[in-house]
Ligand binder design. Sequence first.
Ligand SMILES: [Mg+2]
Length: 165
Amino acid sequence: MSRPLLFLDVDGPLNPWAAQPERRPEGYTTIRATVRPGRPLRVWLNPAHGPSLLALGYDLCWATTWMDAANRWIAPVIGLPELPYVDFGDGLFVERPDGVHWKTAAIVEYAAGRPFAWVDDEQSGADDTYVADHHPGPALLHHVNPRIGLREPDLTALREFRATV
Ligand SMILES: [Mg+2]
């Protein structure tokens, strides 16, 4: 039996961007990433996240606007190896009239029927419906609060889903 995929968003689950600016959550470290020309982005990252995610028994894959830049800026800080990533291409940030997130169709296509979990701070019911209609295998769309980031209850949910596929 093959391992399920785990699609990982960065901003929200790994970088709790919506936390109060003066209150970096406990356990996090700060990096300043210069992904594009201009002012560096302040990013909070938790070095415990990588080992926790690796222990879940999934094949990890970035599903983030950072795309391959996540391997340069995020992975080394949180203890992840270089990971594959979903290439959103021209679909990056392109809103759909039906309310389905712009990542969703690309994620479903990437999964190609394999069971997957998707950790993000932006899914909605429209995404659950889209996945149910277009993805033949099991899927868990797991929402993480971007003020808090990924925590133990989220890991528990991922473990429980993992045990069912
Ligand atoms: Mg996000």
